[in-house]
Design a protein. Structure first.
Length: 101
């Protein structure tokens, strides 16, 4: 049973950074998901996949996993590349492409 400790990325559908400051500990899947034959829903026999623990710091998550004897891996943080944009840049004289209607 391997656990992953990581900091989640922001939601692509929203511009805010809610729920990205916490560290998560979740278990890697041990069995594949398969479609159920009658209804076509996805099913799995892995109950640990439903566990998702939140911690304020990475150290707290590591200490929890070590205390419980859980094997873990820490996934690297990804920092988003910021592109600074301004509405006034549309009308700048040094544009790469001319502004047209």
């Amino acid at each position: 049973m391997l656990a992953r400790i990581f900091r989640p990325t922001r939601n692509a559908m929203q511009s805010g950074k809610a729920k990205t400051k916490l560290w998560l500990l979740e278990f890697a899947p041990t069995s594949p998901r398969v479609p159920e034959r009658l209804m076509g829903w996805t099913q799995t026999s892995d109950m640990d996949g439903q566990i998702r623990l939140e911690f304020d710091t990475r150290e707290e998550a590591v200490a929890y996993a070590q205390k419980r004897g859980i094997a873990f891996e820490i996934l690297a943080e990804s920092t988003p590349k910021r592109i600074v944009k301004s509405y006034a840049d549309n009308f700048a004289f040094n544009r790469k492409q001319p502004w047209t209607h």
